[in-house]
Design a protein. Structure first.
Length: 208
């Protein structure tokens, strides 16, 4: 998440709290625990294979460059790269949001840049999840100024209900409901990125 301690960035089941609701919730939620599996490792592998095949077909005769967005997209990017049946490359960049509290201000900044030029390259941005759409909107604008030959977006999880900014997505793994999801690279406060499945994280209320 933008800032390791911002559990509301993926919405969870609570929706959009007011400031007073947030502080009241902070008093009652002490942690979150792993709930049900939303998407299993086998379902993920099958969908990643399909996405790789589709990209391989769409980029026939070309050599796409996957640009993974740290940190959440690392696992997906590595698997997707291996699923594309043609010469492909990868690089990474990192972004962060300004602002405090549990909501992003929507102002995104680059914290780690690519290691190579993308001028004239066929670039595919790879994201783990699109929520408000602000991060990917910033990244698209930023990368477009570098004159790639083409610029596309592949996202594993699309939380359509959370969208605040229009985003054109070229490849989608799964459209998911507005729940707090961890695993397969996605975290809660830095944890659970190493889960092989995608699981829902449920709030745990403090004892009264
Ligand atoms: C996630 C995801 C996107 C962003 C999406 O990153 O990887 O970059 O949030 O949210 P948006 O559509 O509302 O902008 P996160 O902040 O969780 O960082 P991480 O990838 O390092 O875990």
């Amino acid at each position: 998440m933008h800032g390791e301690a911002q559990p509301d960035r993926r919405g969870a089941a609570e929706g959009e709290p007011s400031e007073s609701q947030k502080s009241s919730r902070a008093d009652t939620i002490v942690d979150r625990h792993l709930g049900r599996i939303l998407i299993s490792r086998d379902e993920i592998a099958a969908r990643v294979a399909e996405l790789g095949e589709a990209i391989g077909r769409d980029y026939a005769g070309r050599s796409p460059l996957l640009v993974g967005v740290l940190k959440g997209a690392v696992v997906f990017t590595a698997d997707l790269l291996r699923a594309i049946p043609r010469p492909s490359a990868m690089d990474f960049m990192a972004v962060s949001s300004y602002g405090s509290g549990t909501r992003s201000s929507g102002v995104v900044r680059l914290t780690a840049d690519l290691s190579i030029s993308i001028e004239g390259r066929d670039v595919i941005i790879v994201e783990d999840v699109i929520d408000s759409g602000r991060t990917i909107s910033y990244l698209r604008r930023n990368l477009a100024t570098r004159h790639p030959r083409s610029l596309a977006l592949c996202v594993l999880l699309d939380k359509v209900a959370r969208r605040e900014v229009d985003v054109e997505v070229d490849y989608v793994g799964f459209a998911i409901p507005d729940e707090f999801v961890v695993g397969y690279g996605l975290d809660y406060d830095g944890r659970h990125r190493n889960l092989a499945d995608l699981a829902v994280l449920d709030p745990v209320a403090a004892p009264v």
